[in-house]
Design a protein. Structure first.
Length: 649
């Protein structure tokens, strides 16, 4: 998430000084590019690994700050959510055993995080969006205590103005109204960096844009958000919503989002992109800057460009050009941000090998991609891949539209292989990584497809939270084994699931798929609804979605006993309006106590007065029955064998 040294000074004098520093940095950067001062003829790779921290129930564990402090590992840093971490990998020459070295480092870092997290009752998981994350996790208490994240949330929320509308349609559909940016806690990625020769930077950057779609299609790992099945890579849509600063008027003017694929190919120089990002996107974070980059350059020094880099870090292009200084030499690198975390380290590296190999091979074979593919087609390909994964279609440089799967197997993987060979990547690493990728594509088992297939095979009668926890636990088990995703068997619900952990709060097991009626509906509709759906309680909502009453089966029995031919009775005449409700975060035992003390058979779960779910006495009966079964089974398994006592005992 970029530079943490953020100023909270909102004084306009400070803001104008920072703006001038950004412009001065850009002037210096343009001069370095024009004068050939950037590091040349270097091919280097790097990466950033984001990850989730989870507890024993596979739910988010907000222990990132504690883990970093205890691990004392300089390569680890915070992310926006207290249950997210980021590991920064060592830059490596792009040759030889670099993939093997990167894999070793990733295993070391994730192992260190896991071991340290265990001291706080947690563990580590790689996934684009954690399946078990809940709305109650997306709160200020889980915002990492850092000025950068606090300011980002404050400024973006203020600029956006109205509720942040998150509306994504896939197999299911989700629509949320949020007042903050905390939905961004849901996302983690595996970011690949490539520093190409500076003379080829623009050409390779454009190819990175064109290749993002097919590589993403083979790597999707984020199909679920808050229990909804959405895009195969939902993370892309979610990130744009999470940090969107645009007001309704900005949407009307078609102002681009800060999370962007871009608007066109780069035609001349990357400086044109940098100019556009300063011109289009308001500066939202500042910091203290003492350097005058132009003066530093004139004095023979290498400027840090701290002000511009901070602004560049708040414009989230899916392929972003970044400036850095390594070994006292300035450079530009491509930061590919579109790949999700997981399903395993080796799966991530297989996707990276495909992407990087193609970035070497295709510019040499085909020249400039902007002469062969319309930018709008590249952008359409990108969103098609995010929505549909390997089932997407891709418009390609030959003027035809291809099945993504066939394009990868017949055209792109062989070329990636040649590209990797041309920079002397070890043949055993090429064969292993691209072999994994080929099998993933042949079997059509991406991380997303495995999750969707697993859910479809699970018992539909099982509670949603049990299915999602099972999915996440199985994913974690396979990750620990290092088994690539195409070899995973579908997740199945075990007979013993640590049942009590699934019911800590009412949010974890409340019914969300509810049938409701309106106050003005005829009572016959409610009666038939109860009969058809075999339910004993029906919530009553007004047209705004506010809970205004409850109808019970007992209420209807009383009504029909005294009805005596009345033809027109409406719901509002019968419903109970003195309601007892709880919020989703209510502990289960507290909810059970309320229902027992108040002698009620159902308990509506509300968020801001709106109905979020319902728990009933039947739900608690199911839980208690399962708990009893598990305890009896445990006692049976632990009971000592009865043997005949020896004589005289």
């Amino acid at each position: 998430m970029g530079d943490k040294a953020v100023s909270t000074n909102d004084d306009q004098v400070h803001f104008r000084a920072f703006t001038r520093a950004v412009l001065t940095d850009l002037e210096a950067l343009e001069k370095m590019l024009d004068d050939g001062m950037m590091e040349e003829n270097v091919l280097r790779i790097g990466g950033e690994q984001e990850m989730f921290l989870v507890d024993s129930t596979m739910h988010p564990a907000p222990i990132a700050v504690e883990v970093i402090e205890a691990a004392k590992e300089p390569r680890l840093t915070t992310e926006i959510g207290r249950f997210n971490l980021e590991a920064n990998l060592t830059p490596l020459p792009f040759s030889g055993r670099c993939f093997n070295e990167m894999e070793t480092e990733l295993n070391e870092l994730i192992g260190k995080v896991g071991n340290t997290a265990s001291e706080f009752g947690g563990d580590v998981l790689l996934c684009g969006i954690l399946p078990t994350i809940q709305l109650s996790d997306l709160v200020e208490a889980n915002l990492t205590p850092s000025p950068r994240y606090t300011e980002l949330n404050r400024v973006l929320t203020a600029l956006h103005g109205d509720d942040r509308m998150v509306h994504i349609k896939g197999l299911d559909e989700i629509s949320l109204h949020l007042r903050d940016t905390f939905i961004e806690f849901c996302n983690t990625s595996f970011q690949v960096h490539l520093q190409p020769p500076i003379k080829d930077f623009v050409k390779i950057y454009n190819w990175a844009q064109a290749l993002t779609a097919p590589v993403l299609a083979a790597s999707v790992n984020s199909p679920l958000l808050l229990g909804h099945r959405l895009w195969h890579e939902t993370r892309l849509a979610l990130f744009q919503h999470a940090v969107d600063e645009r007001s309704p008027m900005h949407h009307e003017r078609n102002k681009p989002a800060r999370v962007t694929f871009g608007r066109d190919w780069v035609r001349k120089s990357m400086i044109d992109v940098f100019h556009e990002d300063v011109a289009r996107f308001r500066i939202i974070l500042t910091r203290s800057t003492e350097e005058n980059a132009v003066e530093t350059l004139a004095a023979g020094g290498i400027p840090e460009l701290a002000a511009w880099r901070m602004h560049n870090g708040t414009v989230w292009r899916w392929n972003r050009a970044c400036y850095g200084v390594l070994n006292d030499k300035p450079s530009l690198r491509i930061e590919a941000r579109f790949l999700p975390a997981g399903p395993t380290i080796v799966d991530e590296l297989a996707s990276a090998a495909l992407f990087l190999g193609l970035l070497i091979a295709l510019p040499i074979e085909f020249g400039d991609v902007c002469d062969k593919l319309a930018f709008d087609d590249a952008k359409t390909n990108f969103f098609s891949a995010a929505r549909n994964g390997l089932r997407s279609q891709i418009a390609w440089i030959d003027g035809r539209t291809h099945s993504t799967r066939k394009l990868l197997l017949k055209e792109l993987i062989p070329r990636a292989r040649e590209g990797l060979r041309s920079v002397d990547i070890a043949s055993e690493d090429i064969d292993r990584l691209l072999g994994i990728l080929e099998e993933r594509i042949r079997r059509q088992i991406t991380g997303s497809q495995w999750m969707l297939d697993s859910l479809s095979h699970m018992d539909p009668a099982a509670k949603a939270n049990v299915r999602l926890r099972t999915l996440t636990a199985t994913m974690k088990s396979y990750q620990e084994q290092g088994t690539p995703v195409h070899e995973w068997e579908p997740a199945t619900i075990a007979e013993s699931t640590g049942w009590i952990d699934n019911y800590r709060t009412v949010e974890q097991f409340m019914s969300r798929d509810l049938f409701t009626v309106r106050p003005d509906d005829v009572i016959d509709l409610a009666a038939n609804l109860m009969n058809w759906r075999h339910v004993r309680h029906v919530p009553v909502e007004d047209d705004a979605g506010k809970l205004v009453g409850i109808l019970s089966h007992r209420d209807l029995l009383k009504l029909f006993a005294v009805r005596k031919g009345q033809n027109e009775i409406i719901v509002s005449e019968v419903m109970q309006t003195e309601l007892i409700t709880v919020v989703p975060e209510t502990p289960t035992l507290e909810a059970l106590y309320i229902m027992r003390e108040k002698k009620i058979g159902c308990l509506p779960v509300c968020r801001n007065g709106k109905l979020a779910g319902l728990i009933t006495a039947h739900d608690f009966l199911t839980v208690s029955t399962r708990l009893l079964e598990e305890r009896l089974k445990a006692q049976s398994n632990s009971a000592p064998l009865k043997t005949k006592s020896p004589a005289g005992a």
